[in-house]
Each structure stands twice: as structure tokens, then as C-alpha cells.
Ligand binder design. Structure first.
Ligand SMILES: C[S@@+](CC[C@H](N)C(=O)[O-])C[C@H]1O[C@@H](n2cnc3c(N)ncnc32)[C@H](O)[C@@H]1O
Length: 269
């Protein structure tokens, strides 16, 4: 049985034919307004996802629960965010599963935190840090709108300070302009063998990041740039890529924590 959409949930309206989307939280008594007309929230609450609704001006929409990339892209932005094209690769590199614990440095607008929080599930934990309290407040609102606050802990921290987390974590993600500042604290908090991943916007930052990873005892360093080109599929005008694309978002990096030579865990050395 399809679970009906409820008040308090985030929904996504997809405009039929055009694919433009609008996202908001369903509230009793409220009305969605846009240049495409208005729709009372009451016409959406109680319906299953996939329901077609019409605005007062006759524009057709289909209503959905936003998927993960839509929840990431619809955050209120105070910073640049990690784009879904990079987030997919990063999520695989971080090797997260339900119940795991992950540290994130550079919360920003919380877009990537939403992905981390979904992956670790209600039994996991995301510890996210940023130097800016106002960014953290905005990110926590975004995370709450995505319904994932129960597993996220946020704190003000300057890169380079030790992560205030008990025990070892399963993964570390870095998204800040000087990631090398956080590499040594990341090594200290990561369980042996586990991954670190990050994203940087320039080649100079990439070079500094990789050098610090190698210096601090990370191995299997991989650096990637991901290009995504959307394709138009049309009956008469032909099938071809869109002319416009997001050309560049960042260089993405992953690595794994190796123990120092002669220091295998559990062997007393
Ligand atoms: C690009 S944003 C992160 C975006 C985030 N990953 C997202 O998807 O929404 C980078 C963040 O790093 C934080 N930052 C920059 N330098 C920092 C430092 N030295 N210590 C702590 N945070 C820092 C900034 O305040 C900013 O919020």
C-alpha cells in the first residue's frame, strides 16, 4: 500500500511536460503559490506519491517525495554545495552503511550531510563541523526539512583542531578550502583501513590535499573529475546532448587509512 503524503513532509511538485520542480513542506491550511498558479496543500496531503494535481490556472503537476539528490539540490544555500554528480562517487568511496559513524568537516549548507545522514540510517551518526555558526544553523534547518535531524550532531570547529568524537569513526569527509589542515585529525579519528574522501575546487588545492594525505599515512589515493552531460530525447528534432551543462564543480578525492609500518592493530605494536 502506498504511504499517503502527510502534513510535515517535504514534497516535490514536478511540472508536467517541462520538468521544472518546486519543493516545500506540507502544512495544514497553507497554499503553494508560484507563477504557475496556486494549489492548496490540502489537495496534496492524503494523496499517494505520483498523484497528478492542477493549479488554479490549469497547469498540471505530479507530486512526489523528493529523492535524495532533489533534497540536496533544494537546500537553502549559504555556500557552494556538493552536486549529485560528485556525491554519487563520493558516497561509494566512503563505503557507508546503516549504523556507521562518519565525520564531516565543512558542513556548509548541509547538502552532503543530508546524503551522509540517509546512508548511515537512524542507527548511525553524522558528526558535522564548520567554523561558521550561522552556516551550521542554516544547515541544521535544511537537514530538519529533509527529516534527518535524529542522526546528525553539529558543532563549531576550526580545521586542524581534533575532532571531538568518542572512539573511531567509519569514514571522514572533507569539504573546505584547506583540507590539508584537517587531514591529521582525520587520520587520528578514523578506524584503520577506512576511507577519507573530499572535494576541492582548484588543481592547486588538489595538489596540497594529496600531498598531505600521503604525508599523514593515507594510501590508495584516487583523484577524479566527473563530467555529466544530459541528453535530449525527442521524436522529431533528434536525440542529442543539451548544449548547456554544469562544466566544472570540483576535483574529488578518496584515500584509505594505512597503519604505520610494523603497527598492525591488536598485535601489541
Ligand atoms: C563549500 S562549503 C561546504 C559545502 C557542503 N559540503 C554542502 O554540500 O553543503 C565549505 C565550508 O567550509 C567551511 N570552512 C572553510 N574553512 C574552514 C576552516 N578552516 N575550518 C572550518 N570550516 C571551514 C566554510 O565555512 C564552509 O561552510
Amino acid at each position: 500500500m502506498a504511504r499517503p503524503l502527510e502534513y510535515g513532509e517535504q514534497v516535490l511538485l514536478w511540472e508536467a511536460g517541462r520538468g521544472r520542480t518546486f519543493s516545500f513542506v506540507l502544512r495544514e491550511g497553507e497554499v503553494f503559490h508560484s507563477h504557475k498558479g496556486s494549489i492548496p496543500h490540502g489537495e496534496i496531503a492524503g494523496q499517494p506519491e505520483g498523484t497528478r494535481v492542477f493549479s488554479n490556472t490549469g497547469v498540471e503537476f505530479v507530486v512526489f517525495r523528493p529523492r535524495l539528490p532533489e533534497r540536496m539540490m533544494k537546500v537553502r544555500r549559504r555556500t557552494q554545495i556538493v552536486y549529485p554528480k560528485d556525491a554519487g562517487w563520493l558516497a561509494l568511496a566512503l563505503d557507508l552503511a546503516p549504523g556507521m559513524r562518519v565525520v564531516e568537516m565543512g558542513t556548509g549548507s548541509g547538502a552532503f550531510t543530508i546524503l551522509l545522514a540517509q546512508l548511515v540510517g537512524p542507527g548511525g551518526r553524522v558528526y558535522t563541523f564548520d567554523r561558521r555558526e550561522d552556516f551550521l544553523e542554516n544547515a541544521l534547518e535544511n537537514i530538519s526539512r529533509a527529516g534527518l535531524s535524529d542522526r546528525v550532531e553539529a558543532g563549531v570547529l576550526e580545521a586542524g583542531e581534533p575532532f571531538p568524537v568518542e572512539g573511531e569513526v567509519d569514514a571522514v569527509f572533507l569539504d573546505l578550502p584547506e583540507p590539508w589542515l584537517a587531514v591529521s585529525p582525520a587520520y587520528a579519528v578514523l578506524a584503520p583501513g577506512r576511507p577519507l574522501a573530499g572535494i576541492v575546487p582548484t588543481a592547486e588545492q588538489l595538489k596540497g590535499f594529496v600531498a598531505s594525505l600521503e604525508r599523514e599515512g593515507f594510501v590508495a589515493v584516487e583523484c577524479v573529475e566527473i563530467l555529466e552531460r544530459r541528453v535530449l530525447v525527442r521524436e522529431r528534432e533528434g536525440v542529442r546532448p543539451f548544449e548547456r551543462m554544469v562544466g566544472f564543480t570540483g576535483y574529488i578525492v578518496s584515500a584509505r587509512k594505512a597503519l604505520p609500518a610494523g603497527k598492525e592493530e591488536g598485535c601489541g605494536g
